[in-house]
Design a protein around this ligand. Structure first.
Ligand code: CA
Length: 227
């Protein structure tokens, strides 16, 4: 239960209460107090859920929501608002929010919605179609990779390797596992093959391939993708 949650809320009291309650539940919580820094965090860091206030200084919640979606992120978004009109709810959902809660709300209600959104997201995790890390955007279904919005040309094996990394991010993956899962049993089995392809991927995806940020070497064990 260590899901990372981003709260974008300008009311200090509410933001603090939300943060404390969610931390009590075991979540890892980051708070942004305006739309611009919230958007920046949502795009450049990885969260499992975003709680987004509608009325915010800087960028409003609707704009933030739209821009997060435009960035390719499919992070679940729970929108908060003091407004009661149905029109705002519809607009929020159209802008890409997954759920909606009207202030004032019961904390138990919010916690239930958060848990439901995380459960739902987890159920679709293995079928994730898009993933983003740093300035890289991966469309797994269409086998497309963008870096700073420019297409990156990957060989089939490089793409399969990247897809395996994305689907197993955060875990240590041995060279044997990669040979088995990416190259298949019939392939020539040499861990050197894996290392060469990893080096190519790093050259194409990492800012500094010699000091990788995302495709890490775990000495003696293999690799770990942290994007
Ligand atoms: Ca507000």
């Amino acid at each position: 239960m260590n899901a990372k949650i981003l709260i974008v809320e300008d009311e200090v009291g509410l933001a603090t209460t939300l943060r404390d309650r969610l931390r009590n539940e075991g979540y890892v919580v980051t708070v942004a107090r305006d739309g611009i820094s919230g958007l920046d965090l949502a795009i450049h860091e990885q969260f499992e859920l975003m709680i987004l206030d509608l009325m915010l200084p800087g960028e409003g919640g609707l704009t933030v929501c739209e821009k997060v979606r435009q960035s390719g992120s499919n992070v679940p978004i729970l929108m908060l608002t003091a407004l009661r009109q149905t029109a705002d709810k519809v607009t929020g959902l159209r802008a890409g929010a997954d759920d909606y809660l009207t202030k004032p709300f019961q904390m138990s209600e919010l916690l239930a919605r958060v848990a439901a959104l995380l459960r739902r997201a987890k159920g679709t995790e293995t079928m994730a179609e898009r993933h983003q890390f740093g300035t890289i955007r991966v469309d797994l279904k269409r086998a497309e990779v963008l870096r700073d919005s420019q297409p990156v040309s990957l060989s089939a094996k490089e793409f399969l390797l990247l897809r395996y990394f994305v689907n197993h991010r955060g875990t240590v993956i041995s060279r044997d596992e990669l040979l088995r899962e990416v190259w298949g049993y019939g392939a020539v089995r040499s861990s050197r093959t894996v290392d060469v392809h990893v080096a190519w991927l790093r050259r194409k995806l990492e800012t500094d391939p010699k000091n990788p940020q995302f495709i890490l070497t775990v000495v003696g064990l293999g690799y770990k993708f942290t994007g």
